[in-house]
Write a protein that binds this ligand. Sequence first.
Ligand SMILES: NC(=O)c1ccc[n+]([C@@H]2O[C@H](COP(=O)([O-])OP(=O)(O)OC[C@H]3O[C@@H](n4cnc5c(N)ncnc54)[C@H](OP(=O)(O)O)[C@@H]3O)[C@@H](O)[C@H]2O)c1
Length: 357
Amino acid sequence: MSGVNTGESSAVSAIQKSKSGTKTFCISVIGATGAVGREVVQLLEKRNFPISQLRLFSSERSAGEKFKFCGQTLEARIVDREALTGSDYAILCVDAAMSRALAPMLAELKIVTVDNSSAFRTDPAIPLVVPEINGELLKGKPLLVANPNCTTIVSLMIAAPLHRVAHLERMTACSYQAVSGAGLAGMHELESQARAWAAGEKVTGQLFPRPILFNVFPHNSPRQSDGSNEEEHKLVCESRRILGHEKLRVSATCVRVPTLRAHAVALHLEFINALSPTQALDILTRAPGVRVVNEANGDQPADPQMVSGLDEVLVSRIRVDHGGSPGKSLALWAVGDQLLKGAALNAVQIVELLIAD
Ligand SMILES: NC(=O)c1ccc[n+]([C@@H]2O[C@H](COP(=O)([O-])OP(=O)(O)OC[C@H]3O[C@@H](n4cnc5c(N)ncnc54)[C@H](OP(=O)(O)O)[C@@H]3O)[C@@H](O)[C@H]2O)c1
């Protein structure tokens, strides 16, 4: 085993315990050195999660990397059975293949797991949860919970509160997705292309199939048999599943853009019942996890830079969609930090609900 968590630490548990005043838990973050995993570690501290021990894991490549957590220094180490034994919860921030490989061992060790990958999202036996929308699925205390796709979460945080009131019939979502959606390597690719361009060098890509700097292109996930890409397919299937609305008509176009973090989505929603922009604004103002941009006060519609680092999904440009059924169709602009609400924050919220009595 390379690297140890030097901060098992009474100090960590003392800090977190004194803030929570409740039972504390041993948490393992697998993929802690990635874009999502780093956010999970920060959130556990920021949200005073009641922790007795935090264990951080990576591949061999980053093993030994040091993290600061509640004043302690922790080290990432490679995953094995012994190192995981005794964990109460695991948050998986690795790719789907790795999640599939680890899940049986985690289940055997009775470690309650939240998985950020797409590995289990379509398995009807495994709840796919956005706490604000279908958090009641956690009441059965499942051993494994799937965290939804980031663009789906950003879209549904806005669509779901409106659906509850006016019943959604059709959703068209066109996304503008940041490079960090492809992990830390995605951010590094945009940054290195910007540096190359500034130095007058040729801009080349490694992760993305073409230059992302000064460019936009359809999402680079695999093409499906119907011509959509995998990201679009996820948005269709996961939206239906999370809303419990199998007949929902969903049109999706997912696009990669040269922003570092936070996904923007142009939403066009058509409802069974009448819904005006004023009513929608009122509903969304009261929706948990949503912040309405006050354009009436002259505030600018949300953009990815404004939203980076924020927990809430911001919504602006709430207006009539003149292309839909009159009185029942709205167009909106949603922007959410996909590393937070689209991944790490949603996962931590799930664990918070699971530990709540
Ligand atoms: N990025 C997003 O916006 C986003 C949003 C929603 C869901 N997700 C999902 O969240 C997961 C993580 O994504 P990410 O963006 O954080 O990716 P990432 O930045 O590429 O990080 C991947 C992490 O997995 C670790 N890893 C790779 N192989 C491993 C192994 N054999 N054992 C242990 N750890 C291993 C890496 O460790 P090393 O540092 O050692 O390589 C790294 O910590 C993916 O399933 C992704 O689809 C991502």
